[in-house]
Design a binder for this molecule. Structure first.
Ligand code: EPZ
Length: 419
């Protein structure tokens, strides 16, 4: 079991460079198989989910190597469109390979991506969208088999702007025949980055970032060198850690234009921020106040991936707050752990009520999933005494080295691994 031990109460003070974005690079890694050649990804984050995706791509026949934070992927020799169960069950993001393997081979065979602690994570919107592109899908007990004589562009209408479903339909239609229209598309920055990457390789996609995306099928793509955008959720996590400790930090290369909703809210709470030439200065040393209500929404609304970390901050600020989680049905699991630290949180599937003003005290807590684990780190940074957080591996799925980053921001963190 790996764990992180943090002595809290020390205001953060320092600067850190923000890593590449997990949720941008995972669909981009899947997209590399649409090109029979070489892709160079600069600023690729060294996180567990990327390592899993690399394992799967190598299993399919890609040749991949790292050079510092640059990943070279050669898919010329790719020779399989079958993902064995042992791989995909480790990580949901293998679902993006459904669209990209269809794009390359017009065929794909892969196990269902597992659900997870935060929700059931169904994929019916992915499958319905792909069927509009003339894909036949057999839903077996253990795995999905998808086939198409030819991917033919069609009109896809999403009743809900699913990020993954939007990405899968884009990936399947890039090399298809004709034009695909996606209405009700997700507008997340990660969609914009995937389309920017694909267009850099020679695809013909317009409308990314709006709810209508048009993909004109092209014959083939070409080699590309691409810089991965930095991670807005990692940056937001460190901002919330600074607020939790009433500190003053600088984030280098944060994707500020993708963080406006969070920045507006923290300004209302009394935090001062300034963005100048790629350095985002955060000053949370003044008097801070809570907010009454936060609702998570698809982009550009408040991101669900910062909801738990935000609760960790609110728990210690005077005032009552309601958090409405509209995207996932089980994303308040971390409340039990925060309550062990002295927080006062009650919740049901979609609404949490936080009575703020608690002093949080260090104790033994357990990470149960990625962002809940990050929330425990945020709480521990501001808590009195020592907090031991078990199951650090959940956090490593999305954070390259949260200990190293927070130590460079002045936190008292002892990362320990005990067998
Ligand atoms: C992506 O997940 C992100 N993951 C998630 O980040 C993020 O929370 C989510 O988008 C929302 O922003 C990656 O990009 C790898 P969705 P995804 O399809 O694509 C339901 C993190 O912490 N739904 O927009 O799975 C679904 O169950 C992770 O980095 C259906 O019902 O998100 C969920 O409740 C967590 N049917 C909601 O929609 C479907 O066919 C949002 O899902 C698809 C989705």
């Amino acid at each position: 079991l790996e764990w992180i031990e943090i002595l809290g109460g020390q205001p953060l003070n320092g600067s850190v460079k923000v890593q590449g974005s997990k949720n941008a690079v995972l669909p981009i890694l899947a997209a590399t198989i649409l090109h029979k050649g070489v892709t160079v990804l600069k600023g690729c984050p060294k996180i567990t989910d990327v390592y899993y995706m690399i394992q799967i791509l190598e299993h399919l026949g890609s040749i991949i190597k790292w050079e510092e934070d640059t990943l070279m992927i050669d898919t010329l020799a790719l020779n399989s469109c079958i993902i064995p169960t042992e791989y995909a069950n480790k990580m949901r993001s293998s679902i993006f390979l459904l669209g990209s393997m269809l794009g390359r081979f017009q065929e794909a065979r892969l196990p269902y991506p597992g659900g997870c602690v935060i929700g059931e994570r169904p994929i019916e919107l992915h499958l319905a969208g792909l069927k509009k592109l003339h894909v036949k899908i057999e839903e077996g007990v253990e795995e999905l088999v998808a086939k198409a004589e030819q991917i033919i562009g069609g009109e896809v209408k999403f009743p809900f702007p699913s990020v993954g479903a939007t990405e899968n339909v884009i990936l399947a239609s890039v090399l298809g025949k004709g034009t695909t229209y996606i209405k009700g598309a997700a507008k997340e920055p990660e969609i914009m980055e995937l389309c920017r990457f694909l267009n850099t390789m020679g695809a013909d996609i317009s409308g990314a970032g709006s709810d209508e995306i048009v993909i004109q099928g092209v014959e083939k793509l070409h080699d590309v060198e691409f810089k991965v955008v930095t991670d807005r959720i990692v940056a937001g996590t460190y901002i919330l850690a600074a607020i939790s400790s009433h500190g003053k930090i600088t984030l280098i290369d944060a994707p500020v234009s993708h963080m406006t909703t969070l920045l507006e809210i923290i300004e209302r709470m009394g935090v001062i921020y300034q963005n100048e030439s790629g350095r985002l200065h955060i000053d949370a040393t003044g008097k801070l106040k809570s907010v009454l209500h936060i609702k998570t929404e698809p982009y550009p609304g408040f991101p669900t991936d910062l909801q738990s970390q935000f609760i960790a901050v609110i728990a210690a600020l005077e005032g009552e707050c309601y958090i409405h989680e509209t995207l996932f049905e089980a994303r308040f699991k971390v409340a039990e752990e925060l309550n062990k630290m002295g927080a006062q949180i009650t919740y049901d599937n979609h609404v949490a009520r936080i009575i703020g003003g608690s002093t949080l005290y260090g104790t033994k807590v357990e990470a149960k999933e990625l962002r809940g684990g990050a929330a425990l780190v945020v709480a521990a940074i501001g808590a009195k005494g020592i907090t031991s957080i078990k199951n650090r591996h959940f956090i490593d799925r999305g954070y390259e080295d949260i200990c190293k980053d927070l130590i460079s921001l002045g936190a008292n963190i002892i990362c320990q691994e005990c067998c």
